[in-house]
Design a protein around this ligand. Structure first.
Ligand SMILES: C[S@@+](CC[C@H](N)C(=O)[O-])C[C@H]1O[C@@H](n2cnc3c(N)ncnc32)[C@H](O)[C@@H]1O
Length: 263
């Protein structure tokens, strides 16, 4: 709730005027959205958070509490099957844009026996507040820079790409694809919208993406096209919270097909 009052509500207040002044066109530049008008800044949202620790704290708390532990991707995806016999010296799970590491902690808690490095990556101001979870490496990394962890089993991003404009999404995907091995799996955990009849809650999230990030929520066809344009293949979508359309998409290098079965 604090996040909504401090960060989301001011954007909504200015959105009608912003849209009127910009001719009711979708914004395409993440530094020229309703967010910049609301907070009188030229910075994009995440750069702005770096110098606004109170709002950052509210945001990180919101992300950590957004889903109960039993309604995450871990309830539908066969992690153990995919990660069988994974070597201890290689990266098992790289959580890119993982905030303060709440999902790394959940992963480690559910699969303490799985071998391989578990790594949180986020911007320095988030990693500075990261949970000290035993067995999790907290690394400051900008996803627009080349990915330093090569050949991991899982590269996982939840609610990261929907905060980015289409050209930026492509930059992130290119950086990950460049280090994927044939056995790597890119897991994109996002809303996967139906083609029509979207709920008002998902619609409001879509409006927040528009007003803060010049971005959008997407249907499965839109996600598939996004991956294809980056030379990647959506092999399967697992929906774990149907009411909210929350789903994890299994994305691979072409020809490395999924053997994962829904559980
Ligand atoms: C909506 S939050 C999602 C956080 C987390 N994945 C979750 O689902 O709880 C988006 C995250 O992306 C991170 N982020 C934004 N830009 C980034 C960048 N250039 N490099 C790395 N992380 C970034 C933010 O700091 C934030 O933690």
């Amino acid at each position: 709730m604090a996040m909504r009052f401090t960060t989301a509500a001011p954007q909504y207040q200015v959105l009608p005027d912003y849209l009127k002044e910009t001719g009711y066109k979708n914004p395409v530049d993440e530094t020229k959205t309703a967010f910049q008008v609301a907070f009188n800044t030229s910075l994009n949202s995440y750069a702005w958070f770096a110098s606004h620790p109170v709002q950052l704290d509210h945001f990180n708390t919101y992300m950590a509490l957004r889903r109960k532990p039993d309604t995450t991707w871990l309830s539908v995806y066969s992690v153990e099957k995919e990660a069988a016999n994974w070597p201890a010296d290689k990266a098992l799970y790289v959580n890119i844009g993982g905030s303060i590491g709440h999902q790394c902690a959940q992963f480690k808690e559910k699969y303490p026996h799985l071998q391989g490095r578990v790594i949180l990556q986020d911007l320095p101001h988030s990693v500075a507040n990261a949970l000290p979870t035993p067995g999790v490496e907290n690394i400051a990394h900008d996803m627009f820079e080349p990915q330093p962890i090569v050949g991991a089993k899982f590269y996982y991003l939840r609610a990261v790409l929907h905060n980015q404009s289409p050209p930026n999404v492509r930059r992130v995907l290119d950086n990950i694809k460049a280090v994927m091995a044939p056995e790597s799996i890119l897991l994109i955990d996002e809303l996967v919208l139906p083609e029509s009849g979207v709920s008002y809650i998902a619609s409001s999230i879509d409006m927040t993406m528009l007003s803060a990030f010049a971005s959008t929520e997407r249907t499965e066809a839109q996600w598939r096209k996004t991956f294809e344009e980056a030379g990647l293949e959506l092999t399967r979508t697992y929906t774990y919270y149907p009411t909210g359309y929350e789903s994890v998409m299994d994305v691979r290098l072409p020809r490395a097909k999924s053997t994962n079965a829904e559980i």
